[in-house]
Design a protein around this ligand. Structure first.
Ligand SMILES: Nc1ncnc2c1ncn2[C@@H]1O[C@H](COP(=O)(O)OP(=O)(O)OP(=O)(O)O)[C@@H](O)[C@H]1O
Length: 222
C-alpha cells in the first residue's frame, strides 16, 4: 500500500534525553490521525520531523513517497500549525498572511480574505498582531495552515485558547477538510476532541507510538 506519510524506525534524542527510540507510523491518504500523550512525550517533535523542521538521528521519513531530507527538505503542500507560529508583530493579521502567501504564491488575496472569514477573523481589522488575544493568534495560525488548500494538514493543538463557539467553528472547518479528503494529523489534550474527529488514534508513551486500545481510550476519556 502507498502511504501519504510513512515513518520507519525513527530515533530522536536531545543530548541524553531520548524522545523516540524506534518509531514507525503509516498514514493513509484522507485519514484523520489523532496523537495523544503526556506533556513532553514528543508530539510536537514528531510533527516537526514529518515536516522537515527537525531531522531524526536515525530512520526514514517519507511524505508522498519522497524521502524528507533527501528528495525534499520540506515536503510541499503541507499546511502546518505548530505551536506559536512566528508573526510579524507590527503587521495586522491580513498583512501577516499576505506576507507568507507572497513566499509561495499559492494563495491570492481572495483566498486570504475568505480563509480569515472562515476562521472568524475580520480581514479588514487593522489591529496589529502584537495586540491580538491568544485566541485570535490561534485563529490566524489555523488560517495560515489552511489558506493554501494544502492536501496534508499538521495541526498541533488547534483548539488551544479557543472559546467554545470558535472551537465549534474550527471543528466544522476540519470536518469540511475531511470531506475534501485532506490528510490531517492532529494533537489535542482534550481526548474528546480527538475521538470526535479522528479515524485513528495513537498514543506516544515510553518513547514509542502505538495505536490506542479501547481500554486506553476509556481511561483517557475519564
Ligand atoms: N529543540 C529542542 N531541544 C532540546 N529538547 C527539545 C527540543 N524540542 C523538544 N525538546 C524536548 O523533547 C521532548 C518532547 O517535546 P515536545 O514539544 O514534542 O512534547 P509534546 O508532546 O508536544 O508536549 P506538550 O503536550 O507539552 O505540548 C521534551 O522533553 C522537550 O523538552
Amino acid at each position: 500500500m502507498d502511504y501519504i506519510i510513512e515513518l520507519i524506525n525513527v530515533k530522536k534524542s536531545f543530548k541524553k534525553r531520548v524522545v523516540f527510540s524506534n518509531v514507525s507510523l503509516q498514514v493513509i491518504k484522507g485519514e484523520t490521525v489523532g496523537l495523544v500523550g503526556e506533556n513532553g512525550c514528543g508530539k510536537s517533535v514528531l510533527f516537526k520531523i514529518i515536516v522537515g523542521l527537525m531531522r531524526p538521528d536515525m530512520g526514514d521519513v517519507f511524505v508522498r513517497s519522497e524521502k524528507v531530507g533527501l528528495n525534499t527538505d520540506f515536503p510541499i503542500n503541507v499546511g502546518i500549525l505548530i505551536n506559536s507560529p512566528g508573526y510579524i508583530d507590527l503587521y495586522s493579521g491580513y498583512e501577516n498572511l499576505k506576507f507568507l502567501a507572497n513566499i509561495t504564491k499559492k494563495a491570492d488575496k481572495n483566498d486570504i480574505l475568505n480563509t480569515m472569514k472562515k476562521v472568524g477573523l475580520d480581514p479588514y481589522d487593522k489591529t496589529k498582531v502584537k495586540n491580538y488575544s491568544v485566541g485570535m493568534k490561534q485563529k490566524l495560525g489555523i488560517a495560515q495552515a489552511i489558506m493554501e488548500d494544502q492536501d496534508i494538514l499538521i495541526l498541533d493543538e488547534p483548539f488551544n485558547g479557543l472559546d467554545y463557539k470558535t472551537k465549534d467553528d474550527i471543528i466544522n472547518i476540519i470536518r469540511l477538510l475531511q470531506n475534501q479528503k485532506k490528510t490531517i494529523l492532529i494533537t489535542s489534550h482534550n481526548f474528546q476532541d480527538i475521538q470526535t474527529l479522528c479515524n485513528k488514534t495513537y498514543i506516544i508513551e515510553n518513547k514509542n507510538i502505538k495505536p490506542m486500545s479501547d481500554e486506553m481510550k476509556l481511561k483517557y476519556k475519564n
